[in-house]
Design a protein around this ligand. Structure first.
Ligand code: ZN
Length: 308
């Protein structure tokens, strides 16, 4: 069995974003049900031992809202979180690690590119390596994450390359892990080794290649990059100069968009994740939301739980 909890579905900044007065952010200030924290999921095969994919700046709030991830009753210090798998080095994927200090043992799994970013930023030394192991993961090499007591988890994680970009704050700067671009953004296939249930996590993806289509076709569940509805929506809304593409994110709509690219693949459940507050598909009742749902996509709320 695989149990997945969507801890947060929003892109960087969340919904509402602290300094944003766009339609989506305004609506979310009026109606808290529309609020979403920054993208992260938790998964487990036994409901007791959990792994996170990415640690968002909202991690503390996400853990408070998720009883499954609280310390077990009677324990003075405990966490069910055995590890965090990082898919990139963006602020919204790594900043939550800083809330995981206090000497609880767990492991961070990331490509060497991303580990190099953590290493070069001394603030991450608050995670004492005596307790928090840092494990490099390699592309196309499946691994079995360990529980914090060293026993095998029974899970299998396969990292693979997806078209993407280096972290935004490293644009035009020297990358502490080297500049070849490989490993800056990875996709993950997560499987329970016993039941062989599996899902894909692709919260950042710049382009759907034929190779990627072949890989995810037939999957029971895919989390996919839902940052923007249209590539230029932030510019059109007067929110900034960034296009989705310039940030390494494919749009939901359009001929080259994610909805069209995945339309013919046999995937049981398709969920958008990492949805920016400028994206009109976030708001119930919009034409964009209806179009996404009619195409078989779900826009998850924080806290949604899925069992495979
Ligand atoms: Zn906004």
């Amino acid at each position: 069995m695989l149990r997945v909890v969507v801890l947060g579905a929003a892109a960087g900044g969340g919904v509402p974003q602290w300094n944003c007065g766009c339609e989506g952010c305004r609506a979310a200030r009026q109606d808290t049900r529309l609020q979403r924290t920054q993208a992260s999921i938790a998964f487990s095969r036994d409901g007791e031992h959990w792994f996170l994919i990415n640690a968002s700046p909202d991690l503390r709030q996400q853990l408070n809202a998720t009883p499954r991830l609280h310390p077990k009753p009677g324990a003075l210090r405990h966490t069910p979180i055995e590890g965090v798998i990082l898919t990139n080095g963006e602020v919204d994927a790594v900043a939550g690690l800083l809330s995981m200090r206090e000497s609880s043992p767990f492991a961070i799994y990331a490509h060497e590119k991303v580990l190099a970013i953590l290493k070069s930023n001394s603030i991450f030394d608050v995670l004492n390596e005596k307790f928090v192991r840092r494990r490099p993961i390699a592309l196309d090499r499946a691994f079995e994450p360990e529980l914090s007591d060293g026993t095998p988890s029974g899970l299998e994680v396969l990292p693979f390359i997806v078209p993407g970009k280096r972290a935004w704050y490293l644009e035009g700067k020297s990358h502490p892990g080297g500049s070849d671009g490989v490993g800056d953004t990875v996709g993950l296939r997560i499987a329970d080794k016993t039941s062989e249930k599996y899902f894909y996590f692709l919260a950042a993806c710049a382009e759907v290649t034929d190779e990627l289509k072949a890989r995810i076709s037939g999957a029971p569940l895919v989390f996919f990059d839902g940052t923007v509805w249209r590539d230029d929506e932030m510019i059109r809304a007067g929110l900034g100069q960034k296009t989705g593409r310039s940030m390494g994110h494919i749009a939901m709509s359009g001929e080259d968009g994610a909805i069209a690219a995945l339309a013919k693949l046999a995937i049981d459940r398709k969920m958008f994740l990492h949805i920016n507050n400028s994206n009109p598909a976030l708001l119930p009742g919009t034409d964009e939301r209806k179009a996404a749902e009619q195409a078989g996509w779900q826009i998850p709320s924080d806290g949604m739980e899925i069992v495979l």
